[in-house]
Design a protein. Sequence first.
Length: 325
Amino acid sequence: MQPRNMSMSGVVDLAAVKAAQEAKAKAEQARAEAARTGGGTGAVSPADLVIDVDEAGFERDVLQRSTEVPVVIDFWAEWCEPCKQLSPVLERLAVEYNGRFLLAKIDVDANQMLMQQFGIQGIPAVFAVVAGQALPLFQGAAGEAQIRQTLDQLVQVAEQRFGLTGLVVDPEAEPGGAPTAQAEPAGPYDALLEAAVQALDAGDLGGAVQAYKNVLADDPGNTEAKLGLAQAELLQRVQGMDPQQVRKEAAEKPKDAAAQIAAADLDLVGGHVEDAFGRLIDTVARTAGDDREAARVRLLELFEVVGAEDPRVIAARRALARALF
């Protein structure tokens, strides 16, 4: 059972950055508790800071983990001599930075689809994913000083903009002991989810929103409920809009974030996905402060509705990273 008329393919909670301060507080609390007790159930081993990732595990090991820690991706191949020089440096720094970032190693020969999705023309190539957003770091050989400077900037941006303070590391923890997959749901939600879908079909958007929120109140990681809520809230936002007036205001006020956000919602509901994304990316690029943040957050919400594996979302993520960084 899925929310109707929207792609559900490969989606993770890219809108989680809206809860950045809460995530930051929880991470800091976990660090404090680990320091007090000498570890903790949420701690990872230093060996878990470097992981091998393939296409099947990319969503779980990179996209989902990027909502709690910056994930640095090292694209490499066995035949690549510069890779053999760079990879050990990144692995050593991952341990040295003590959970401030997670290093994911991807063999391009075995995972060519990921290589294509990131638009990689040559290796070594190093990217980062922060709260579901991909951004290039550097390509080719790089000195350790340059790498450290780049990582320092990444860690700073991840904490200040997204509230990601990283993982708790315990040298005594067993390797592989930290959970990498989402926890099992707290209980069966078929009835609530079915009620939400029925409310959507009946045009009761408020009822659908509340039904999805009821599931998420008990199980915040429920992917189906998060996707359904994103769809229902989008439809609720455009309900009652005067499309002609909204588009007129957007055309007359290109720097008005609220006008562009409303028009982007209409674009997406009308099936004009690339127009919606492009409009908000342009708004992020030309605004600052609260306006810029509002446009960025709405764009992440629309990413969630369309689907993380959709090529248009992947391309828009890159464009957003360029606009932000």
